[in-house]
Write a new protein. Structure first.
Length: 465
């Protein structure tokens, strides 16, 4: 298979191997790393992939993008990553009422981030062992990334992890999942601010190249290309399963998103299939910068609104830059200029021609908290299926844009992670699955810090391996 190299959205780095890409995280020119090309699957390749079990499909998809890890090692990493999932299909897709639900919550922390972060944790350990190196992972979370990253890295050799989350702005269950992991290589930092504050601190520290190199910083959030790559697989898996049952070769996906990472993985899958995914439905809550972009060309910064779907309470979507690269015709100079302008003016403007191309890729809807609760209630009444509030945002948008094509809605978290929202909608809390039982009685490990990059920097300096 032809070697795959990786480049920056801003064009300022020499091409990297996959291994270098994983360990680099954010590109040293401040951009995000992408493959130099997105493979397009032939009819023969699609036929060969269609009926594969999830682990085998993941291995085959990864092979297009990972050309510098021996096949047997890559297969072993995939098998180890998904051995922790409780469903044999890893990400099963089930028909509920008028839509299909792609269940992404069968991993150890009951959220879609497990699909990527279980793989990434094993991948980091493999690469560091090979090089005889250590790494300090630095990341920000609006909820589920934190616990999934921690569970992916806890106890791994040559790794420490520092996760920033907005204090009091993640669900109580999400906070407990993170802070009850007391392994010595895990550091939970509760930041007095919003997720955007946390993410800004992380990006600032990564952009300080001297600090990044001295403390060997690595990225575990969706800045890291390996995260996106692992998520591409479940779009292809669901596409093949649903089209086989429905006897139709074109579908739509509805994706609840705030940071644009999950839906960007869908965009990559769409390009690989070249026609199988008609459009992606981009579903947001009241933090609607991405919906305003798709529907009105308005990508402008506003205040973060706390909602019952807190993992989506984001304004600056860090993965948006990857999509811009393709929207701008793979022109890194334009991307660099646009991101510099956004840093100054807090807004971007798009031409009508550009917006017509955006709307060929995406449909979008912003869903209010009232609509989210109503969707949880009405969907349960119709199907007896309980949605978490993020999934409900996606289902509401999916129903709004449903046509003759199958609509596949991503279920991004188990409803038991958000019992307060479910109880408001249904009058009762969802059953508590085994991984969440007894969390409140466990000892906790967390440090409360101000939203100050210098304070976070000092903490890392004092605790890095």
């Amino acid at each position: 298979m032809r070697e795959m190299r990786y480049i920056s959205t801003r064009g300022g780095i020499a091409p990297l191997s996959f291994k270098e890409t994983v360990l680099t995280g954010l590109a040293e020119d401040g951009g995000l790393i992408l493959p130099e090309r997105i493979p397009v699957l032939s009819a023969e390749e699609k036929k060969a992939l269609r009926d594969l079990p999830y682990q085998d499909l993941a291995f085959k998809v990864f092979q297009y993008f990972v050309t510098d890890i021996p096949e047997e090692d890559l297969q072993r990493l995939v098998n180890k990553a998904y051995a922790t999932f409780t469903h044999p299909d890893i990400t099963p897709v089930v028909k509920k009422g008028p839509v299909w639900i792609l269940e992404l919550f069968h991993g150890p922390t009951l959220a879609f981030k497990d699909v990527a972060l279980q793989f990434l944790g094993h991948l980091f350990e493999y690469l560091l062992s090979e090089r005889g190196e250590k790494m300090n992972i630095l990341g920000a979370t609006s909820g589920d990334t934190g616990s999934a990253a921690i569970y992916g890295v806890r106890g791994k050799k040559n790794l420490a992890i520092f996760i920033l989350h907005p204090h009091g702005r993640v669900s109580p269950v999400q906070a407990l999942q993170m802070t009850t992991v007391t392994d010595p290589n895990v550091f939970n930092l509760a930041i007095k601010g919003t997720f955007d504050d946390c993410q800004a601190i992380v990006k600032l520290l990564f952009s300080d190249l001297e600090f990044k190199h001295r403390y060997r910083l690595g990225a575990v959030n969706s800045i890291n290309w390996a995260r996106v790559l692992a998520q591409v697989v479940y779009y292809l898996f669901a596409y093949f399963r649903v089209t086989e049952v429905e006897g139709i070769e074109e579908v739509r996906f509805s994706v609840p998103t705030g940071n644009f990472g999950d839906i960007f993985a869908g965009y990559v899958a769409r390009r690989m299939l070249s026609g199988g995914i008609e459009r992606l439905v981009l579903a947001t809550n009241e933090n609607d910068i991405l919906t305003r972009f798709v529907n009105h060309g308005d990508y402008s910064l506003r205040e973060v609104v706390p909602t019952i779907s807190p993992s989506m309470d984001i304004q600056v979507a860090s993965n948006f830059e990857r999509y811009l690269y393709y929207l701008y015709g793979e022109n890194p100079i334009r991307v660099r200029e646009a991101m510099s302008r956004f840093a100054e003016e807090k807004r971007l403007v798009f031409s009508e021609e550009e917006l017509s191309r955006v709307r060929a890729d995406f449909l979008s809807l912003s869903v209010s908290q009232e609509e989210t609760l109503r969707t949880i209630r009405e969907f349960y009444e119709e199907t007896s299926y309980i949605l978490d509030p993020h999934t409900a945002v996606g289902v509401r948008a999916g129903l709004a844009f449903r046509d003759e094509r199958p609509m596949i809605c991503l279920a991004t978290a188990h409803p038991a992670k958000f019992p307060e929202a479910v109880s408001r909608a249904l009058g009762f809390e969802p059953p508590i699955p085994e991984p969440l039982q007894g969390l409140s009685e466990k000892p906790r490990k967390v440090v409360l810090l101000p939203a100050d990059p210098q304070v976070v920097r000092r903490f890392i300096e004092e605790n890095a391996i």
